[in-house]
Design a protein around this ligand. Structure first.
Ligand code: CAA
Length: 301
């Protein structure tokens, strides 16, 4: 249970009561770990699932990030900060097998790699094992929720919950409704989003939803500009930060979200903004995927 400090923050962040208490998250990468963290911070019982070898890194990432959040939120009360960290970590179970967690889950969120078949199979298993009440939601950013959920029986209890990186910092959550998502499911997803402290916006199940649909052409034109030799990537980044007030330039953002994800978008025949880029393909082939591998357009410690 959350200590006094944690309760205070959970109350401060939660603006709407939500009937969702138990959350199962598949995929302990950057996004899944971040979703687990914000859920744990707001007193939800979380089971985070991934391969055994991935879990120690996820655990470290969550611990480091919760420490940053606590340092800021409890700068004048270290004891409350420590309780908040302890309670948040205590709310998150990292496992390689869901065990009994699916049997009582209120919400399942999938944040595994953008592989349609993998996601479809995962939700089929959840559809078989989870009770009637469980809502099944994907955090996909490049696929259609409808395609991912096509074989699911409980179509009315499916939808999308699209988070932004870094999840503990970015305030937005896009709540996605397919043609089959019921109003009750949509309302429950929205209320939960607010309960974890996010500002929610609604969007139909379209590729890219709101944010990535608009970021897509911007990023592609930035890449084209550099490939044409109009400007260096460093100058494009500086220009967008100082001239347009963006917190990061497009190439810093590409490094941050991962060049492999961008390449995946370029290879998706359904994606409205796909555009092959030799520059991106070369970096990916060299294993330079951005921040997560220590190098992309820039080098990272
Ligand atoms: N966990 C906790 N806190 C974090 C954090 C993390 N992972 N990362 C940053 N912070 C906190 C820092 O502690 C710091 O707090 P203070 O203000 O109290 O010092 C604050 O955030 C700012 O961080 P930094 O000083 O390290 O660096 P910054 O000012 O450059 O901010 C940033 C970093 C928040 C990432 C900012 O650059 C930014 O907003 N960038 C744009 C990110 C963006 O566009 N994300 C969306 C990508 S698209 C996407 O995600 C969609 C998808 O489908 C994947």
């Amino acid at each position: 249970m959350l200590g006094i400090g944690g309760k205070m923050l959970a109350r401060k962040m939660a603006t709407t009561a939500s009937p969702i208490n138990e959350v199962v998250i598949f995929g302990a990468g950057l996004m899944g770990s971040g979703i687990a963290q914000v859920s744990g911070q707001t007193n939800h019982k979380v089971t985070l699932i991934d391969r055994e070898e991935v879990l120690p890194t996820a655990q470290k990432m969550i611990a480091a990030s919760v420490n940053r959040v606590a340092k800021k939120a409890f700068k004048n009360d270290q004891e409350a900060g420590r309780a908040f960290i302890e309670d948040t970590i205590g709310n998150i179970k990292l496992v390689s097998d869901p065990g009994q967690a699916l049997l009582t889950a209120d919400l399942v969120i999938e944040a595994v790699t953008e592989n349609l078949k993998l996601k479809q199979d995962l939700f089929k298993r959840c559809d078989d094992e989870c009770p009637e009440k469980t809502i099944l939601a994907t955090n996909t950013s490049t696929l259609r929720v409808t395609d991912i959920m096509k074989d699911i029986r409980r179509q009315d209890r499916t939808g999308g919950l699209h988070f932004f990186n870094p999840v503990p910092v970015m305030k937005l959550l896009e709540v996605i409704k397919t043609d089959h998502t019921s109003p009750e499911t949509f309302d429950a997803m929205t209320a939960w989003g607010r309960a974890i402290g996010k500002h929610t916006v609604a969007c139909r199940d379209t590729i890219g939803f709101i944010v990535n649909r608009l970021l897509g052409p911007y990023i592609q034109e930035a890449i084209a500009m550099v490939e044409r030799g109009d400007a260096t990537f460093e100058d494009v980044d500086v220009a967008m930060k100082l001239g347009a007030g963006y917190p990061m330039g497009p190439f810093q953002l590409l490094d941050y979200t991962g060049l492999d994800l961008h390449k995946f978008i370029n290879e998706n025949p359904d994606h409205p903004f796909r555009k092959q880029s030799e520059m991106i393909n070369k970096l990916v082939a060299e294993g330079k995927l951005g921040v997560k591998t220590g190098e992309g357009f820039y080098k990272y410690k």
